[in-house]
Unconditional design. Sequence first.
Length: 213
Amino acid sequence: EENAQAAERFVLYLDLLNTTPREYLAIKPGLKQFLDDISRRNAEVMVAGLLPTGKLGIFAPFTKEFIKLKMLIDKAPANASRDTTEESRHRELEHIMEGAGADAIDSIRAGYSAARTYAKADQQSSEFTLHALESFAQHMIDQDFGGHLIILYVSGGFSSDPGRDYFDEVDELAKNSVEEEEMFSFSNERNFNFDFKKEMQKSIGKMNRLNVT
């Protein structure tokens, strides 16, 4: 009898680290609509998430005060520097490759080396994002939340194929500088493990085992 009357519980998890201001502006109406729809049911909502600083936190505990939640969503800060970091890396790659003339081979090697560094940084960022979500789910279970937990993950998106675009750019620039046969000599230079989808599946599996969707 009591269980029948227990409020449904939802967590709005805002991945603000991976969401630009423009993306967040597009997302906000849908979030508010969700709160409007859910307010007609016997439901409580928590707002939590990952800030652009990388800090993980609960912004509002479970509540039925949906007006306050909407105000909180309005004020949440998105990550203004997410795309600028990537753009500056692509510019840097072009700059490195501009030397591809007299020292074409050296420039291409330097390009692939930089691409590897950027790819590693992208991979670490994607791993950090997944682990933060796992940590949050584990925290909720440790708090003896009870029952099945539904997390609505809201994000502008993180790379499931971290770094590939950097290597693709170097490939493209290198083709303009050396003959096709010479490109084969760089096959080891672009050796990087892009398969992040397995990591994502493992992460989702862990959360499912915690009774979290």
